[in-house]
Design a binder for this molecule. Structure first.
Ligand SMILES: *Cc1c(COP(=O)(O)O)cnc(C)c1O
Length: 451
């Protein structure tokens, strides 16, 4: 380990390639050396409020002592072990406890490494389920604008965008549906009906809240109708709760808002409290049973070197301890109540549109005349603005959202709201609008709206 102190960001620039980052133009990254509660601290001990939970993973705050202690104890016991032919207490304990909090129809836990792999596993399970049953169902349906991860299968079921464009020819075909509004359910169902529903293997969706697509909160009744139609058609339902799981939307899991149960659930992000990478795909007994056979070809041939890593399972168990403590639900309600008040204020602001709230997630758009080229510059400006205020907020295009760790204090939330008030009162947004109107004939940039 290097003992050189300070100037992390300069050293980083020599050797690191960051995700979703144009390295030629991006500002130097801020070096973060520790975290506590809802804050992260840089090398000069400046505190940054982590208002988006470090890419939506952190639910109980940074460097939580309970998670750290459990991790340290497990590290002295067993750090890793092959997971085919062998098992270990953290994996079994976690599966048992998770099945107790998940919807009751979920019976089996399949481990992998992250959200994208949890989705890959669900897609494979769905396709092979029908194969094992000797039925020809090869199509997958998903929502437009969806985000399910960055590996090829996960990209295939995600909305096509500037992020996938280079790879579009390599992605498998998916039938994309509009997200439900209060009056389009019949149309969506008709569009599925036109696809020969008896050939559709599965429908994958982010329940009620599309994250990376811009914190889109869509219509619950229409969604219910859609789920019921798919169920009638025996289309398997894959709930990607990688972001919505573990209390983010108010309920423990977003599918608890729905009457129709999913057949498979994908989990990651908050699963370990945001402390380590771990992915899980759960399924019903019916799906699991379709893989039981004397025929080896009916096996689910999927696994990763670090499948069910004992350290990762241990921190997930520690996170579950905190999650199932009643104090966690109290905190989530407190955040929701704070958000609700600020929501009313946002709705009065002329440069804010479509302010919305679900559980602990508050989102809105900044009014723009031209959602295309303009958005790039705006996003950069917003990012710089909040960095200077030491608030970690990363807009998705012109969408701003707050998605905090559940331990964030009322004072910290007030500071986040205040920074937004300051932003909105700035003349920049209006100036930018008129400037962009002049420029838009000359150049048409792409809308960058991931994370
Ligand atoms: C983040 C995310 C993923 C991908 O998870 P990774 O761990 O980043 O691979 C998949 N689905 C949803 C809904 C997500 O928000």
């Amino acid at each position: 380990m290097s003992t050189i102190k300070g100037n992390l960001s300069a050293r980083d620039l020599e050797v690191i390639w960051h995700p979703y980052t144009q390295m030629q133009t991006a500002p130097a990254p801020i070096g973060i050396v520790r975290g506590e509660g809802a804050c992260l601290y840089d090398e000069d001990n400046n505190a940054y409020i982590d208002a988006t939970s470090s890419w939506w993973v952190n639910i109980h705050g940074h460097a939580h002592p309970h998670i750290a202690q459990q991790l340290a104890a497990q590290a002295l016991q067993l750090q890793h072990c092959i997971f085919a032919g062998y098992t270990h207490p953290p994996a079994v304990n976690l599966a048992e406890r998770l099945l107790q909090v998940l919807p009751a129809n979920q019976r089996r836990v399949f481990y992998s490494d992250n959200g994208s792999t949890a989705v890959e596993v669900a897609i494979k399970m769905a396709l092979q389920y029908w194969h094992n049953k000797g039925q020809q169902r090869h199509k997958i349906i998903a929502f437009k604008n969806a985000y399910h991860g960055d590996t090829f299968g996960a990209m295939s079921v995600s909305g096509r965008s500037v992020f996938t464009r280079v790879f579009d020819n390599f992605l498998f075909e998916v039938h994309f549906l509009d997200v439900p509004t209060p009056d389009n359910a019949a149309e969506i169902i008709a569009s599925i009906a036109a696809q020969q529903p008896d050939q559709i293997a599965a429908f994958i969706f982010e329940p009620l809240l599309q994250g990376s697509g811009g914190m889109v909160m869509y219509d619950r009744d229409g969604f219910e109708q859609l789920l019921q139609y798919c169920r009638q058609q025996q289309i398997l339902l894959i709930a990607d709760e990688v972001m919505t799981g573990f209390g983010r939307t108010g309920k423990n899991f977003a599918m608890e808002y729905m009457q129709t149960d999913a057949d498979m659930i994908c989990l990651s992000k908050g699963l370990t409290g945001g402390s380590m990478a771990l992915g899980i795909t759960t399924c019903t007994g019916d799906i699991y049973d379709a893989f039981l056979s004397n025929d080896k070809l009916k096996t689910l041939f999927h696994g990763h070197s670090f499948t069910a890593n004992p350290l990762a399972c241990t921190v997930a168990l520690a996170s579950l301890d905190l999650f199932t403590d009643p104090a966690c639900a109290v905190n989530r309600q407190r955040i929701h109540d704070n958000h609700r008040q600020f929501l009313e204020e946002l709705r009065q602001m002329s440069v804010v549109k479509n302010a919305r709230l679900l559980g602990t997630v508050l989102a809105f758009e900044l009014v723009t005349d031209n959602a295309d080229g303009y958005t790039n510059q705006l996003a950069d400006h917003l990012h710089r603005f909040f960095r200077a205020k030491r608030i970690m907020l990363r807009p998705l295009g012109n969408t701003l959202y707050i998605l905090p760790p559940y331990c964030i204090t009322d004072e910290q939330l007030a500071a986040v709201y205040e920074s937004i008030r300051e932003l909105v009162s700035q003349s920049f947004i209006r100036e930018q609008r008129s400037k962009e109107n002049k420029e838009k004939k000359e150049s048409r940039g792409a809308k960058i709206n991931k994370y």
